[in-house]
Design a protein around this ligand. Sequence first.
Ligand code: TIU
Length: 220
Amino acid sequence: MPVLEAEPSPLPIDLATAALIVIDMQRDFLEPGGFGESLGNDVSLLAAAVPPTRALLAAARAAGLLVVHTREGHAPDLSDAPPAKRERGAPSLRIGEPGPMGRILIRGEPGHDIVAELAPQPGEPVIDKPGKGAFYATGLGALLEERAIATLIVCGVTTEVCVHTTVREANDRGYRCVVVSDACASYIPAFHEAGLAMIKAQGGIFGWVAESAAVTAALR
Ligand code: TIU
């Protein structure tokens, strides 16, 4: 069994029961004119996570791992977008309002798509989620149970929002979670660093943190 070089401790990984989960690498978060920018963020800060995520995808596919992609977004009638979420951001640019990539954070619109460089391959599950966590109101839990997955290798955006929420959900459900530091990013670099530090503190209170090079080495 390969042993992943991780913090706070090395982690043996059974590749047969491991999955790569790529969180919300969508145009709405990474490109100008989407939800991320509507909240006042510099979206260019997320670009750094794309090449390491590409490398993880290639390594996971070559190793035969289950690869799951997630997308945050809402139904066109906003029936799954609670008012407390819709009230965020500048009024003209809220969830459901028209933008240069279509209606902001709405399923089926161009902005909701995963960025071209990280496009899912045929057969890879894509989980659409209305919340920050990938388990809430989705079929992810059942999908992972069906395949007897035990370890989740998690990357994506943003570190302290959807990646953190998903890892916290997964940890409570009994999954070992490895967060890939350079394949995650935040609009607020200090929060990226703090988010990673929180996961691996206290002996790995809700997960492990590893660099993409260490993960790809373990997958080879
Ligand atoms: N705003 C922010 O940092 N993130 C989100 O709204 N969603 C995700 O992290 N995917």
